[in-house]
Design a protein around this ligand. Structure first.
Ligand SMILES: Nc1ncnc2c1ncn2[C@@H]1O[C@H](COP(=O)(O)OP(=O)(O)OP(=O)(O)O)[C@@H](O)[C@H]1O
Ligand SMILES: [Mg+2]
Length: 245
């Protein structure tokens, strides 16, 4: 028996993003293989969200983007600024239904998929009928995550998915996300300024500083022995927050 050959779910080669005042991202390369979980960490302003935007092919008005990009057509995204993932003018279930329809899931299966996804995220079945603004922050963020997951993507890109939440809620959501990704062997790009958080899900990490990769490698190695000052600062911050390497 031969092992199935892994294939990349996402790849950037020589990504450059230039703004009116100069370069914001300079020659960034990254690859995420099937089922792999990659963290992108870096201080505020280092280019994490821009990298995600460029990878996802989002419009970046006023910026010049160049380089090669490949992204699995089956990618789910949860972007920074939590509420933006859910349309406040549409009930949660309707948004899931539209995503499933877009993915070609037949009507007869959609209701069951929606109920199952809500349940996996410990959301009541009633959440299907709920308006986003009537949910608590934690429920809303789980509902937004569900919208990225309901189509069973091959890759999830999540930018600071729990930044606005208290530590207990954050912990709960990370555990649920990890369980779901494990069960489905879904690849992940997890973006955060918090190396401790990334360490809980991602075996490999790239550290951004000033729009470049300053270090990359196994998360455990970087936590134990950061080579670049930017990484060292992130490790210190993670330790201060109570994580021991
Ligand atoms: N549309 C834009 N026009 C001009 N500059 C931009 C634009 N978007 C981002 N930038 C700049 O690019 C740099 C990287 O921004 P980015 O949002 O990627 O940072 P980040 O690492 O995600 O930070 P944070 O942790 O605060 O979310 C910043 O200096 C930012 O001001
Ligand atoms: Mg950001």
């Amino acid at each position: 028996m031969t092992e199935p050959v892994p294939h990349p779910e996402a790849r950037l080669q020589g990504l450059c993003v230039d703004g009116p005042a100069g370069p914001l991202i300079s020659g960034l390369d990254l690859t995420v293989e099937s089922g792999e979980r990659l963290g992108i960490v870096g201080p505020s302003g280092s280019g994490k969200t821009l990298t995600a935007g460029a990878l996802l092919g989002l419009p970046l008005p006023g910026l010049r983007v160049s380089g090669d990009r490949y992204l699995s057509p089956r990618t789910g995204a949860l972007l920074q600024e939590s509420a933006s993932a859910l349309n406040p003018l549409m009930r949660v279930g309707r948004q899931y239904d539209l995503a499933l329809r877009g993915a070609g899931v037949p009507r007869a299966e959609r209701r069951e998929r929606i109920d199952r996804q809500l349940k996996e995220l410990a959301l009541d079945a009633d959440t299907r009928r709920a308006w986003p603004l009537h949910l608590s922050g934690g429920q809303r963020q789980r509902a937004a995550l569900g919208l990225a997951l309901v189509t069973e993507p091959e890759l999830v890109v999540a930018d600071e998915p729990t930044a606005a939440l208290d530590a207990l809620t954050q912990n709960e959501i990370l555990l649920m996300l990890r369980r779901i990704l494990d069960a489905r062997a879904t690849a992940l790009i997890l973006i955060s300024h918090d190396l401790a958080l990334v360490a809980r899900l991602c075996e490999r990490v790239v550290v951004l500083g000033g729009g470049r990769i300053v270090e990359e490698g196994p998360t455990a190695d970087i936590l134990a022995e950061p080579q670049h000052p930017t990484s060292a600062r992130l490790v210190d911050a993670a330790r201060t927050l109570g994580v021991t390497a």
